[in-house]
Design a protein around this ligand. Structure first.
Ligand SMILES: NC(=O)c1ccc[n+]([C@@H]2O[C@H](COP(=O)([O-])OP(=O)(O)OC[C@H]3O[C@@H](n4cnc5c(N)ncnc54)[C@H](OP(=O)(O)O)[C@@H]3O)[C@@H](O)[C@H]2O)c1
Length: 113
């Protein structure tokens, strides 16, 4: 049985990957492998200066990579907001199923009062 290598990664064009700790070690190499195979890679890092160096490293070794640098703190904040939004939406789905009152109906009711 042959061993799997990064060369076995399929075409990832159209896919988006978020790699945390992308400035060094496994995160940097994961970014390189994914970008080599066409994924758009968001490189989330704690230190943007180190991130810029890692970004330059990828640009020098991968032809025409689709990468962007992001602050890990910002990614974390946005992920929490998105989670809160989806949690609120799920809560409304349950509430609607139980009470039959939709969010829109409730909002219209409160606007007409
Ligand atoms: N390398 C291997 O062969 C191997 C094998 C098996 C398991 N692992 C495990 O895989 C993980 C990564 O290994 P690695 O060799 O890539 O390590 P590494 O070169 O030390 O890289 C660690 C990455 O994680 C980030 N990081 C560290 N602490 C963090 C925290 N508290 N919050 C957010 N980001 C943090 C670092 O950011 P900064 O640069 O900002 O510090 C860096 O980007 C480790 O847990 C390691 O034990 C590694």
């Amino acid at each position: 049985m042959s061993h799997w290598t990064v060369n076995d990664i399929p075409d990832l064009r159209g896919r988006v990957a978020l790699v945390t700790g992308a400035n060094r070690g496994l995160g940097l190499e994961t970014t390189r492998a994914l970008a080599t195979h066409g994924a758009h890679v968001i490189m989330a890092v704690r230190d943007l200066n180190q991130g810029h160096r890692a970004e330059a490293d990828i640009q020098q070794t991968v032809p025409d990579p689709s990468i962007e640098l992001a602050s890990l703190d910002k990614v974390d904040r946005n992920a929490r907001k998105e989670y809160d939004r989806s949690a609120a939406a799920r809560l409304w789905q349950v509430s609607e199923a139980l009470t039959g009152v939709t969010y829109d109906a409730l909002r219209q009711h409160s606007e007409t009062r």
